[in-house]
Design a protein around this ligand. Sequence first.
Ligand SMILES: [Zn+2]
Length: 475
Amino acid sequence: MEFEPVIGLEVHVQLKTKSKLFCSCATEFGAAPNSQVCPVCLGHPGVLPVLNKQALDYAVLCGLALNCSISKFSKFDRKNYFYPDLPKNYQVSQFDKPICGKGKITFLINGNEKTIGITRAHLEEDAGKLVHSETGAESGVDFNRTGIPLLEIVSEPDLRTPEEAYMYLHMIKNIIEYLGVSDCNMEEGSLRCDANVSIRPKGQEKFGTKVEIKNMNSFRNVQKALAYELERQEDEILGGGIIVQETRLWDADKNQTFSMRTKEEAHDYRYFPEPDLVPVKLDENYIKSLENQLPELPFDRMNRFTKEYTLTGYDAQVLTSSREIADYYEECANLTDDYKAVSNWVQSELLREINEKKISIKESKVTPSKLTDMLKLIQKGVISGKIAKIVFHEIMRSGKDAEQIVKEKGLVQISNPDELKNIVEKVIKDNKKIVDDYKGGKEKSFMFLVGQVMKATQGKANPQLVTKMLKEAIG
Ligand SMILES: [Zn+2]
């Protein structure tokens, strides 16, 4: 029997507002425990929450970017449950009238377009955080996170593979980062993801019993947890068992999911309208004004890059994977017409360096003008592509101009045949057997000879000239 996976994701995005959703407490990450709290977010009796306008703007912006319908009428509800990190014993969320209704996003997977439906996106407040001592003997509660605005984005069960889920998450993160409304840092918890997973026999329309997976703290872990869970469910069914509706936790160390609670133990949240907050009514002008603030979004920008800079879909996808990288690329593209070369250098050397150094592209000393100046030296034949790597790393290190580095280090390409003549002759003389191999039809041997000349000149010889001279000398 062949099975088809059915996956839906719930993504919590922490909105980057200065203050919390219903009070004026700061939201900064990493502050001393319980230093960013007040009677409102601690749920003292008699206090009144007030909705943060910025959080509302951000939520609507996200909704528009996810092609969601924006509700002109929405309201907040209390989601009731008990947990030590929840001082009010309820979370203010949205139940039947979310701020954002149905939407969809499109992304590329293995070169093909895939569109995934969005069921809804709603605003809610975050809970606090339990902190356990190393010995496990004590636990404390940090309420700094309590009341921080979250946007929960719920997808339709349209995803069919763990890889699709991974790419979907990337696109959500990408879009939100383009909007600048969240840091989307999974390790710091500003982006969190839960998954609903089931399988069904191929061709069957009815969904199988779904299992919810929690506690996945990286995109790769989401992919791994889904792959594990799909296999577990298949084994269970093929072994004559049944799938139990339950919540399972991902254990990244053991690489498996384990049961946390079954449906019988599931919460009944007893949602009811939040009496302390007025419903949110939005008019057309407000929604229009936010629509006008939308930047060009990643998928559109990717498509434009393929056309405007004649890049492949893959290249364009990498270069638009963050707004900073895309901006950097376009700045370069304004300074040179060698779009492909810029694409290669950004994707290989530049991204590798900034990833290794854990800096942002803006912090790199290789500015767009410094990079394109260097590319012009290659174009003019002043330096070879190989030498350019040395120059690149020197710019990265010192921030000096390419031209200056080339002069100081004597890296100018040797394009004068007289300077290369003796070296070419010596290489041929020292490698008689390889020359014979080449004459006998072994093309690879020729590359070895070119390599020897390059080596002898510390990579400074003009490779085209070396090729020409070797061919002439060997005859
Ligand atoms: Zn507060």
